[in-house]
Design a protein around this ligand. Structure first.
Ligand code: ATP
Ligand code: MG
Length: 266
């Protein structure tokens, strides 16, 4: 069981002209142990930036990431990270891609292949062990990424728009499967999506980031929908549509602000 928090996290990037760009400022975020928290916000507001900070790939300019209360230094060894862009290695087979994390941890070949095969069965990819990523559909590649992230059994899961590029049906099936994997696992999840629908359907809490620059948390919405949830039918339930309307009115404002800032002359 692992608790993650961001305390006053600010992150600036060096712009092309050498000036500092404050991507996020003073972000306060808490993901209690075993909970599923989603972050939504306009494009470019800093969602991936925050995940990178929790993964330990990026050190905050100010503030800190805490894991079970202890400040994170360097890589977050407790976290598995499903990147926004496919993290699969194109020159490795599906089996080798899935087994990669075990290999890095020194697990012997026979054992890691056996475990990778078991994960491929779990995500519906038995028979594709020897395929290469380019031979798979988008949905199959995402399944491979899910297996690749979960196989090392991380306490914390960081997922950045994992299903963003999929068609709606495949996406809902995969969301359902993700909830199936997560339920009872005790894993702490920080999930990023631009899709409010998805955020509500999956989460215990939705956190809204403001339009950038200097993006920060402007809303926290507990999601009271009972579990287990049937994601294929949840979106038509009144409790869902009410929650959606409430959060959307705030999100829409940030999206419009972001859009206006991006289209300012000069
Ligand atoms: N390595 C970098 N160097 C300079 N600026 C960066 C870098 N990475 C991100 N940024 C800037 O920081 C801001 C936040 O980027 P980030 O990728 O975190 O946004 P996001 O919310 O994940 O967007 P999206 O929804 O489009 O994925 C953007 O303005 C982006 O241009
Ligand atoms: Mg992003």
């Amino acid at each position: 069981m692992t608790d993650v928090s961001l305390a006053g996290v600010s992150i600036s990037y060096r712009g092309p002209d050498g000036s500092d760009y404050p991507a996020v400022r003073d972000v306060e975020l808490h993901v209690p142990s075993g909970r599923f928290v989603s972050v939504v916000g306009p494009t470019g507001c800093g969602k991936s930036t925050l995940l990178n900070a929790v993964a330990g790939l990026l050190a905050p300019t100010a503030g800190e990431v805490r894991v079970d209360g202890a400040p994170l230094r360097g890589l977050n060894e407790r976290a598995g990270y499903l990147f926004q862009n496919d993290g699969l290695l194109p020159w490795k087979t599906v089996l080798d891609n899935v087994a990669l994390g075990l290999r890095l941890r020194g697990v012997p070949a026979a054992e890691r292949n056996e475990r990778a095969q078991a994960w491929l069965r779990r995500v519906g990819l038995a028979g594709f062990e020897r395929s290469y990523p380019h031979q798979l559909s988008g949905g199959m590649r995402r399944r491979t990424s899910v297996a690749q992230t979960w196989i090392v059994d991380p306490d914390i899961l960081l997922m950045d728009e994992p299903f963003g590029a999929l068609d709606v049906q495949t996406r809902q099936i995969m969301e359902n499967e993700l909830l199936g994997l997560w339920t009872g696992s005790g894993k702490t999840v920080l999930f990023v999506t631009h899709d409010l629908d998805e955020a509500i359907a999956l989460s215990d809490e939705v956190v809204l980031l403001s339009a950038g620059p200097a993006s920060h948390v402007v809303g926290r919405y507990p999601i009271e929908l009972p579990r287990p949830r049937d994601l294929l039918n949840i979106r038509t339930q009144p409790a869902f549509t009410e929650t959606y309307a409430r959060i959307w009115s705030d999100l829409r404002e940030e999206v419009m602000t972001s859009y206006e800032r991006a289209n300012q002359p000069g």
